[in-house]
Design a binder for this molecule. Structure first.
Ligand SMILES: NC(=O)c1ccc[n+]([C@@H]2O[C@H](COP(=O)([O-])OP(=O)(O)OC[C@H]3O[C@@H](n4cnc5c(N)ncnc54)[C@H](O)[C@@H]3O)[C@@H](O)[C@H]2O)c1
Length: 395
């Protein structure tokens, strides 16, 4: 079977789905790897390195799609809402497609992918089980984004992060607040601490308190408790507006005292809750910085503009999207390793074996044989369960 790696086409995207280092593992498993010319160059993986590791370089993008049995991308159509549509006519019936597909973003792209007859696997639906940890690309990208968010803030802030005692006087450390202490938030805490900032973090899941503290952060305790904070997968559950309103009131003072606020509070498949209002921004010291990692789904700050950097009340607000792409070498390395583990999980004797008894395959597969087959995706869009699925549910 042939695995094809097209060049990423989303504007500004610099990652590549597979790096040369993983090619020998795939070849050993009986797969051939073809790579569109220049696919890795933005991430500093030249074509020659792919060839040295046993891959073949193909000049024409259409040929990659025509030849490959499995196409692997970072941003497939769906998550690539700008240029991804151009790939749809290139898909081949029966071909497998693996990457970020944002299946809970927009039903039309999922329908088009299904209609093209490809068997698509959405890497963001990877179940959060121990067995799948080394395939969890969402966590990998969040790790990179959490790190980079701190650097972005540090680069913009008119202050330094650490405390310094010098002959020219004492410099007080900067105060960094992280709202949402999941994978990105925890990495942001660790990075800001390494740079010497005083770090606090808040999350509605009380379970993260110890993790925050073990990284040297102060856990912000608010006198408010989410009724049902987290689901079985470890994700936060959506709360009602009254809860978010109370959160905003209680967070106001902590936000006003912070030089940097990094927000990462998201709820899968939902618009991000607004936790930092425009009044809270106005109360911050001019020169402060907000990096809103939830910007892609509306943002945690009321003033955030997705994809833009703005200054309001003297506060710089980054509505960043796709931050992992700005660290393309390591982001690609991690993504590539996750994808390789996923491929090796499904490929047996050089063939893709789709075992739907397996939770990893079943949770990630969203389309097959012309239909949207994923129960979670069908339910999300209120599509009737497929005949086989309703039979299963009744048995
Ligand atoms: N394989 C595994 O077992 C596995 C893999 C990855 C992550 N996880 C765990 O899953 C959890 C979530 O990870 P994630 O980073 O993907 O989450 P995420 O990106 O979905 O959310 C980021 C954080 O925002 C928080 N949040 C949501 N709404 C909030 C609100 N109103 N106020 C404050 N905080 C809010 C969430 O609790 C979460 O910690 C973490 O505990 C992580 O360790 C487990």
């Amino acid at each position: 079977m042939i695995v094809g790696v097209p060049r990423e086409s989303f504007p500004g995207e610099r990652r590549v789905a597979l790096i040369p280092g993983v090619v020998p593992n795939l070849v050993k498993a009986g797969l051939e790897v073809i790579v569109e010319a220049g696919a890795g160059s933005e991430a500093r993986y030249p074509d020659a390195d792919y060839v040295n590791k046993g891959a073949k370089i193909v000049a024409d993008r259409a040929e990659v799609f025509r030849t490959a049995d499995i196409v692997v991308q970072v941003l497939c159509y769906g998550s690539n809402d700008r240029t991804g549509k151009a790939d749809v006519p290139l898909y081949r019936r029966g071909q497998a497609l693996i990457g970020f597909l944002r299946p809970l973003g927009d039903v039309h792209s999922v329908e088009e992918i299904a209609a093209a007859g490809v068997t698509a696997f959405s890497i963001e639906l990877m179940p959060r089980i121990t067995r799948a940890q080394n395939m969890d690309a969402l966590s990998s990208m969040s790790t990179i984004a959490g790190y980079k968010a701190v650097l972005l803030a540090g680069d913009t802030l008119p202050r330094i992060f650490p405390m310094l005692t010098t002959a020219a006087g004492t410099i007080t450390p900067s105060r960094v607040l992280i709202i949402g202490a999941g994978v990105a938030g925890l990495q942001a805490i660790a990075t800001a601490r390494r740079l010497g900032a005083v770090v606090s973090a808040y999350d509605l899941r009380p379970a993260v308190k110890e993790q925050v503290q073990s990284l040297g952060g102060r856990f912000v305790e608010l006198p408010i408790e989410a009724a049902d904070a987290q689901d079985a997968g470890g994700y936060a559950k959506a709360q009602d507006e009254a809860f978010y309103q109370r959160q905003r009131e209680l967070l106001g003072k902590v936000v006003a005292e912070s030089d940097v606020v990094i927000t990462t509070a998201v709820v899968p498949g939902k618009k991000s809750p607004v936790l930092v209002t425009k009044e809270m921004v106005a109360a911050m010291v001019p020169g402060s910085v907000i990096v809103d990692l939830a910007a892609e789904r509306g943002g945690n700050c009321e003033l955030t503009r997705t994809g833009e950097k703005i200054v309001e009340h003297g506060v710089t607000i980054f509505g960043v999207i796709n931050l992992a792409s700005t660290v393309p070498y390591h982001a690609s390395q991690m993504y590539s390793k996750n994808l390789t583990n996923f491929l090796l999980h499904m490929v047996k004797d050089g063939k893709l074996q789709l075992n739907l008894e397996d939770e990893i395959t079943r949770s990630t597969m969203i389309t097959q044989g012309g239909e949207i087959v994923n129960p979670r995706v069908r339910e999300f869009y209120s599509l009737a369960p497929l005949a086989a699925q309703s039979k299963e549910a009744n048995s």
